[in-house]
Design a protein around this ligand. Sequence first.
Ligand code: PLP
Length: 410
Amino acid sequence: MYKLDEIRNQFPMLNNKTMQGQPLVFLDNASTTFKPYSVIKAIEEYYSDYTANHHRGDYDLCYKVDMKVQEVRRKIANFINSEVNEVVFTSGDTEALNLIAYGYALSNLKKDDVILLSLEEHASNTLPWYRICELTGARVEFVDLEDKKITVNKVKEAFNKYQNIKIVSFAHVGNVLGYEIDAKSIAKVAHEHNAIFVLDGAQSVPHIKTDFKDLDVDFITFSAHKMCGPTGIGALIGKYELLQKMSLFKTGGGMNVKFNKNMEVIPLDAPNKFEAGTLNIAGIIGFGAAIDFINSIGIDNIHNYELELADYALSKLEKCKDIVIYNKDSKSGIIAFNRVGVFAQDEATLLNSKGIAVRSGQHCAKMIDEVIDTVATVRASFYLYTSKKEIDVFVDNLINGGDILDAYFK
Ligand code: PLP
C-alpha cells in the first residue's frame, strides 16, 4: 500500500503553499523536486551541530565530517550498486558529464573519432561533447530514432555506418518524452566495438532501479536535487579502472598526495583525485538523507506509483479536446503535450494563473523539434508525492483553459 498522505506530510512545500493566490500544484518534478524535512534537518544539523571541513583534520569534529562524507559515498554506492571508490561527488549531473568529457574524452579522442549522441539529449549531454570535438577534431553523429526512440538496432546500425565511434552517450530516460532506453544492451553493443557508454541518469536514477554493475555501463551521472536532495550536489559513477586512467579535471587542495617546485604533482587515487577543494559538505549530507528517504519508500514502489499516476493523467487528458500528447507510450511520470493552435508558453502561463507549475519550451533539449515536429511542448512531470487530486486540478484547468482560449480566439 502506497502511503501517500504519510509521504506528503513530510514535505513543507506541500503544506498549504499558494501560487497566484491558488493552492500550489507542482508538476515540474523533472526539473527539480521538493525536499522532505529529514533532508532539511540533516543539512541544518551539519550547520548547527558539527560544522567543520572534511579532509582528515586532526580533531574530532573534522573526523566526524569525514566519516559522514564517506558514509554518504557508501549509501550512494549501495543505491546504485557500484563500489564505494567508484562514486565521485560533483556539483550535479552537468558537472559529472563535463568531468567525463574533460577527464576522459579530451585525452582519449583524436581527429575523426566519433561521439554518438541522440537528438533528444539535454544540453548537458550535448554541449560538453561539442566542446571536446572543437578541442580534438573528433565529431558528433546522431543515432537514427525508431518511432522517436533510441533502439539497440539503431545503435548497431550507427556502428556499421560510422567508423571510430569511441563514446556513446545517451539519457537513460529522456527529459522531454520520458522514454527509457535498453541501457544494458546498448552498453554491450558499445563494448563489442571498443567504445565506452555514458549513461545520463538524471531522469532515471530518481525514478527507477538503476544498477551500475548489472547494466555494465562505463559511467552514470545524476543530480541529488531531482531526487529530494539539495541543489549543487550530484555524482559521477565510473568503473574504477577508467576513473584511475582519467586525466585530472579540477585541481587544488584535497586531491593530491604531494607536489613540488618542479611542478610534479602526485594525485590521490580515484575518486578523491577529482574532488579538489572543499566539497559541498552540507549538500552531501542532504544527499545521504535523500537516499535514506527514497529507500524508506522503495524505488520500485516509487516507479510503480508514477506509472499509475501517468496512466491516470493520460486517461483524463485523452478526453480533453484539442490536446496532443507526444509520448503516450512512455513508461514514466513525464507527459509532453500541446493544445492545438496554442503556443506552449501561453498554455503554461494560463496554468500558472491557476496555481499550476508546469514547464514549457524545449526543456534544454534544443534539438527535440527535429524529433517531434513542434518547436515547444508543455511538460507535466510527477514524482513520488504527486496526488491524483493534483492531476484532477491540472486536467480540470486544462479543460476550462480550453474554454477560456476558445472564448478569447472566437
Ligand atoms: N540530463 C538530463 C536528462 C536532465 O533532465 C537534466 C536536467 O534537467 C540534466 C542532464 C542536467 O541536470 P543538472 O542541471 O541537475 O546538472
